[in-house]
Design a binder for this molecule. Structure first.
Ligand SMILES: [Zn+2]
Length: 390
């Protein structure tokens, strides 16, 4: 086995989760999908620190699950939500596009509902997007030129493009080299590729686990991503690095890459130890806060909640039900749980049936305030270590 980014054959174990679900999104309550769990094991390359799943689940197995069940909230169809990650991308990218007016055709791979295209299309004469999910249908209703398909060797568009955008796709792809070759075949000579993908180095340095799921087969850091693109004569010329990487590439001669420093390397070596400690602390915190019912609620019904439960071996039988503000989760459940996901206003009917609420969301401050506003008399646990009496 060789690293897809740098060809090295030296790997080390990063972290292992004994049981993780293939599907970490909610499904309709009546759906008959069978529970499917597997061990989720990650290795990292000793040369470029690229992280990969080993062994990989079959792509066909995952793709059919995602095509049927994968969904985000559409920011085009739901004007009340503000998609932070998308808006941050636009803030970084749009001023540059405005300044470089020579571009006329834009293509987005994995555009979901086309929110980004809807904001950028005024700068172009032609736009096109691909997405295999039902997001494509939403985008079409909003008048965008989106096709409901995967981007692969059989579906390459006829046009050549000046700007090609692909956000949060490459980490899901089984063969990123083929993916880049396919992109090269639709590039005009002066074309620019803009890639956004999670920066796994950020997650490693901050001892976070929520990014690890079967969907993320290739986990990049700046160095491994650039190394891979440079193999195809593509060089980076503009970048933003925080928890995500946004990198602009164009054709050119190779440039010198800065290797990892010691600080980064130690965070990979120590990751497993930190994770095991974290797990112990979280399980203690939960068992120390049990009271009469030995049950609790989980607020948040996204991938984050499922990651939390399975990464830290939290006992699923102790979860009374999940709560979520998103009405799209009505009549839905998670595989492996019997009860349906409920809206916050139903909590008051169950006050004697649980000991605390565990918040499993990035928006924990907003949720805590909401619990206070709803006057729910309960304990609230915010991980990694906060307990609040409301
Ligand atoms: Zn490597």
């Amino acid at each position: 086995m060789n690293c897809i980014c740098c060809n090295s054959n030296k790997f080390k174990n990063l972290v292992k989760f004994k049981k993780f679900p293939y599907l970490n999104t909610s499904v309709p309550i009546k759906s008959k999908v069978k529970e499917k769990f597997d061990q989720l094991n990650y290795l990292y390359c000793k040369n470029c620190y690229h992280i990969m799943i080993d062994p990989r689940p079959k792509a066909s197995k995952l793709n059919s699950l995602y095509e049927s069940f994968y969904s985000y909230v559409s920011p085009l169809a739901n004007k009340n939500i503000s998609p932070t990650r998308d808006n941050n991308f636009l803030l970084f990218v749009e001023p540059w596009i405005k300044k470089n007016k020579r571009y006329s055709k834009v293509f987005e791979i994995g555009c979901f509902d086309g929110y980004i295209l809807s904001k950028l299309k005024k700068h172009f004469k032609y736009h096109e997007g691909y997405d295999p999910s039902n997001g494509a249908k939403i985008g079409k209703k909003f008048g965008l030129n989106i096709k409901k398909k995967f981007f692969d060797s059989n579906t390459i568009p006829k046009a050549k493009f000046d700007i090609i955008i692909s956000r949060h796709v490459i980490e899901h792809i089984y063969n990123p080299r083929k993916f880049i070759k396919n992109i090269l075949s639709i590039m005009n000579e002066e074309a620019v590729i803009i890639i956004e993908t999670p920066n796994f180095e950020y997650f490693i340095e901050n001892s976070k686990t929520e990014c690890f799921s079967f969907q993320h087969v290739s986990c990049f850091n700046y160095f491994s991503l650039v190394n891979l693109f440079m193999k195809f004569g593509l060089i980076p010329f503009k970048k933003k690095i925080n928890e995500n990487l946004i990198i602009f590439f164009r054709k050119g001669n190779s440039t010198k890459l800065n290797l990892h420093n010691n600080k980064n390397i130690y965070s990979y070596i120590n990751y497993k130890k930190k994770y095991i400690n974290q797990k112990k602390n979280i399980l203690n915190l939960i068992s120390n806060n049990f009271d009469k019912t030995k049950k609790f609620l989980v607020w948040g019904a996204g991938g984050y909640a499922i990651s939390l439960i399975y990464h830290f071996n939290i006992d699923v039988n102790k979860v009374l039900f999940f709560i979520d503000n998103n009405k799209n989760n009505k009549n839905k459940k998670f595989i492996g749980f019997n009860s349906e996901i409920k809206l916050p206003n139903s909590i008051s009917n169950y006050l004697n049936n649980f000991d605390f609420i565990l918040i499993a969301s990035m928006y924990h401050n907003d949720i805590l305030n909401q619990i206070k506003r709803l006057r729910i008399p309960t304990k609230v646990i915010i991980l990694p270590s906060k307990v609040i009496q409301v």
